[in-house]
Design a protein around this ligand. Sequence first.
Ligand SMILES: [Zn+2]
Length: 224
Amino acid sequence: MTAPTETAIKVFISHRESKCDECGEELGRQAWFTLEENKGAVCLSCADLDELVFLPTGDAALTRRAKKHSTLSAVVLQFSRARGRYERQGLLVEDDALAQAEAECLADSEVRARRNERARERRVELDEEYVKQFAKCIRDLFPGCPENREQIIAEHACLKYSGRVGRTAGAKSLDEAMVTLAVKAHIRHRETNYDSLLAKGWHRNEARAQVKNRVEALLVTWRG
Ligand SMILES: [Zn+2]
């Protein structure tokens, strides 16, 4: 659990010459200090915050993650004379936490890039007209099918069948049996524990038999 904002440690960047009330050190202008009860300004060293590293505001995901991984963190504020209020400058976090957060964000952006690439390749393969017809066919046959599922099923079916039958031929040969088969396969994967049975080493036929009733029941529901 992260501490609620109101209890977060606050570090202020001073506009004036300041002095640490604990060690007496002159902190100069633009000093970073925290305010402690019954004391005035306390320097980061005295406040045991000087091991933390500064992460400026700007990258929301990085900030959120760094804060999550940091046992100790502090919000850095500076008074804006122009706006008449304290404004958040960033966060002081543990170095390790920041490194971990950076690694996660980097991994994310790589994952995202790969996902986009796959989506792009997929779109190239998909015959939009075919998908549209297929989706419409599903919606007609299964009016009780949850929203947007017909699109997901149709895209998958299109990828699957486009290599086997010519796209134009495929569009023409859309029939009830073929569409039902695609819907059935979708239900099996998405609405039953079929995939986890396979993962546990069940044979496909046994696993199919196991989920058959659930698949049939949903087919009836989706038919409306
Ligand atoms: Zn001090």
